[in-house]
Design a protein around this ligand. Structure first.
Ligand code: 2NL
Length: 342
């Protein structure tokens, strides 16, 4: 017992005098006195040699000693903790770190512009799933069983019998609109579509489309022409000229492709318009009566027009992007060129 008392006295003096120069010294102090093999533990180990009747007193002494060491440790540590609350030396007038602001993707910029033009004409926006069943993508659109677009080579099948596939156009979204709404219908459907193509500058396995559909009584081809003419004037400027060429789509009859006068050479002839003065920008037509009937819409009462355009194509004409792969490579040197565009 006497031995412990002396030891504690001795170390108390040593600890009282202890000083530290840095945080490493504080850690050495902790290890020396409070560590698992430290002095406090060592003296505790000696308790077993103290006679039973003195154990209580020795225990108390030891406890006080332990608290004494811990208090000293806390004091030493506090010397190195930042207790500086004086902000007078901080210059609040210094400029902050600039936040790197991203840019909108060119396809988003162009899609938003297309959509906002049609919104002003009273079109609502509709969206739908990228993964579709055969009916919404093909069947309802009057694409016959043996149509090449249904080919495994032409699109991505997730499952067969029954077919689940990646949609090849956003007509599937319009199919869902016709399924759930009654005419008059006036919707615009932006979205990503897929084709099983080998990737090159001019082809990709996915691209972006905006399709439109307008069904009501007395909707005519004149409405189609004027609506699309208004659209290209808003998109490319009032001086734009348009022409319609007869075409074929299984879901429209009659069908037409719309060309605009070449923006690059103003119709004089260049390699963008292949020296014709015209560039194709979209496909369109009067909705095939069979498509209307597929959704229980009376084709004697109602008519409609529909169109579809590739957002990449419009972006290429607006921003002269000549390689489709740039749109999905995420190269900031490309994307940063659209800074400030909304
Ligand atoms: C193109 C051509 C087109 C349509 C899409 C359509 C939708 C319904 C009914 C009838 Cl619900 N037609 N869409 C019509 C004609 C052309 O797209 O070249 N797209 C990139």
């Amino acid at each position: 017992m006497q031995e412990i008392v002396e030891k504690i006295d001795h170390y108390k003096r040593e600890i009282e005098a202890a000083s530290v120069a840095n945080i490493d010294d504080v850690e050495s102090f902790r290890i020396k006195y409070l560590g698992t093999k430290g002095l406090v533990k060592l003296i505790m180990g000696e308790m077993k040699n103290v006679p039973n009747e003195q154990k209580k007193q020795a225990g108390q002494l030891l406890n006080e000693f332990k608290i004494f060491v811990e208090t000293k440790f806390d004091d030493l540590k506090a010397q190195f903790e930042n207790t500086d609350t004086d902000a007078s030396h901080i210059d609040f007038s210094l400029p902050g770190d600039a936040i790197a602001v991203g840019t909108r993707h060119p396809l988003s910029i162009v899609r938003n512009r297309i959509v906002s033009i049609f919104k002003r004409l009273g079109f609502a926006i509709a969206e739908g799933p990228d993964i579709e069943d055969d009916w919404h993508n093909f069947g309802a659109m009057n694409l016959p069983e043996d149509h090449p677009a249904r080919d495994m080579q032409d699109t991505f099948y997730i499952q067969q019998n029954p077919s689940w596939l990646l949609r090849t156009h956003t007509s599937s979204v319009q199919a869902r609109v016709m399924e759930t709404q009654k005419p008059p219908i006036r919707v615009i459907c932006p979205g990503r579509v897929y084709r099983n193509e080998t990737i090159s500058a001019r082809a990709h396995c996915f691209f972006h489309q905006v399709e439109g559909l307008y069904i009501d009584e007395n909707v005519s081809f004149a409405d189609l022409k004027q609506t699309l003419y208004f659209f290209v004037q808003e998109m490319f400027g009032k001086d734009i000229k348009v022409r319609f060429r007869p075409s074929y789509f299984p879901f429209t009859e009659p069908s037409a492709e719309m060309d605009i006068s070449c923006l690059i050479c103003e119709g004089k002839g260049c390699n963008v318009c292949k020296h014709t003065g015209w560039v194709e920008i979209l496909g369109s037509g009067m909705v095939h009566p069979k498509v209307l009937e597929n959704f229980g819409i009376d084709s004697n009462k109602y008519t409609g027009f529909a169109f579809g355009m590739g957002v990449e194509r419009i972006t290429q004409l607006k921003y002269r992007v000549n390689d489709l792969r740039l749109y999905s490579q995420n190269d900031v040197r490309f994307l940063q060129q659209f800074t400030g565009s909304v």
